[in-house]
Design a protein around this ligand. Structure first.
Ligand code: FMN
Length: 395
């Protein structure tokens, strides 16, 4: 069986799966249950010198049919006092010495704040620190979170301070709400960071309640921009990890929309060596990890990857500049008429959003593909509701 153990920033993990800093890692009791369920590590809900007070409610979702594809939160950092956390970190490490525990920390751009936080959690026994430069709501107004991760000078400066007092690895958690995440990652690497995690949530406004005529999530009628997570943000997370893998040489922890083993595999293939999960655990619980571990390992065996380290970044050379793509690669759409339901979706899409290369008459005969007009865009394959009915084939 493929080896799922990972060496990450000098720490040894039993597998690449960690809880992200979020509600599933809100206290010792929860983190210990997650370790029992099979998670190799956890990052605590973010700690600061002062605990937060949250609004209610603070979540709203985007669903397609009944399926949630994205979640927005306007939750702040931990509501619990630092001294409570310090005791619980000691307890977690006493009971689970072989699991990896990162403390997620947040402070203002004030050196003493970071020094104090780091010394306290380190003394309690954490294995690593995650500096939260990513939270996009609430905290930036106080000079914390994503405002720090949006400025390479500030992110670098805080990383440097942290490295001077840290005796454990320092990971920086970056925000996707920037023009060039690799530039921020590089600044942190130059300042001595040992690892990078990405992404924190994507700044968003999830929607408007049209009956009440209020923004969502509505806190008694008003709302604020929040942080978007879940399956919908995976493409953004994958792009960020690939950019960080190309722009830095640090170990990477991939986060954003991981709910299945396939998502974890994708993050590893573009450069992550550990992955972190929040929204999928909030919706489906800690036990999702068991299947993710098993199926990831089967996939690695099938593809001949002996270890996560060997698999990490494997497809990076295949992510090129657009101008380097093969413009001579030509394909056209082909339909399997045995599978076609004559729904006409491909016809409409090609008529109004493509190349008018599909013909279909009012008698609802099968759509006819006119190869000479097909430009190979593939739109018809994405609107067709039947798997493998329309495929792109070499010209
Ligand atoms: C309700 C909620 C609270 C969160 N709180 C924190 C936090 O305290 N610190 C932090 O670094 N990230 C926090 N996050 C962000 C997650 O750790 C993670 O980066 C993000 O949700 C993307 O991963 P996912 O798609 O698996 O949820 C929070 C996310 C959610 C949904």
């Amino acid at each position: 069986m493929a080896d799922l153990t990972v060496e990450f920033a000098g720490l040894n993990l039993m597998n690449p799966f960690m809880l992200a800093s979020a509600p599933p890692a809100a206290n010792a009791e929860m983190i210990k249950r997650a370790f029992e369920a099979g998670w190799a590590g956890a990052v605590t809900k973010t700690l600061a010198l002062d605990p937060a007070i949250d609004v209610q409610p603070r979540l709203a979702r985007l669903a397609v049919g009944n399926k949630t594809i994205g979640l927005e939160n306007i939750e702040l950092i931990s509501q619990r006092k630092l001294e409570v956390w310090v005791k619980e970190i000691e307890e977690i490490k006493r009971d689970y010495p072989d699991h990896v525990l990162f403390a997620s920390l947040m402070g203002a751009v004030v050196r003493d704040e970071w020094d104090s936080l780091i010394k306290q959690v380190q003394e309690a026994g954490v294995d690593g620190l995650e500096l939260n430069f990513g939270c996009p709501h609430g905290m930036p107004e106080k000079g914390m979170g994503s405002v720090q991760g949006q400025d390479p000078t500030i992110a670098g400066e805080i990383t440097r301070w942290a490295k001077e007092v840290a005796s454990v690895p320092v990971m920086v958690k970056l925000t996707p709400n920037v023009t060039d995440i690799a530039q921020i990652g590089k600044a942190c690497q130059d300042a001595g960071a040992d690892a990078i995690s990405a992404i924190n949530t994507v700044s968003a406004l999830i929607g408007v309640d049209l009956d009440r005529v209020e923004p969502l999530p509505s806190v008694g009628g008003t709302s604020a921009f929040g942080g978007y997570s879940g399956p919908a943000v995976k493409p953004i997370g994958l792009r960020c990890i690939a950019q960080l893998a190309k722009g830095t040489t640090l170990p990477l922890s991939g986060i954003g929309g991981i709910a299945k083993w396939q998502d974890a595999a994708e993050y590893i293939l573009v450069g992550a060596s550990t992955v972190q999960v929040c929204t999928a655990v909030m919706f489906r619980g800690y036990n999702i990890v068991e299947k993710m571990k098993k199926r990831l390992s089967v996939y690695m065996d099938e593809k001949g990857f002996e270890s996560v380290a060997q698999m990490s970044g494997h497809i990076l050379p295949k992510i090129t500049a657009h101008e380097e793509l093969d413009f001579a690669h030509k394909v056209v759409a082909a339909i399997d008429q045995d599978l076609c339901t004559k729904c006409g979706l491909c016809y409409t899409a090609c008529q109004d959003g493509g190349w008018q290369a599909i013909e279909m008459d009012s008698r609802q005969v099968y759509p006819r593909f006119v190869i000479e007009r097909c430009d190979g865009c593939s739109l018809c394959t994405h609107v067709c509701p039947v798997d493998e009915c329309i495929t792109m084939v070499p010209l």
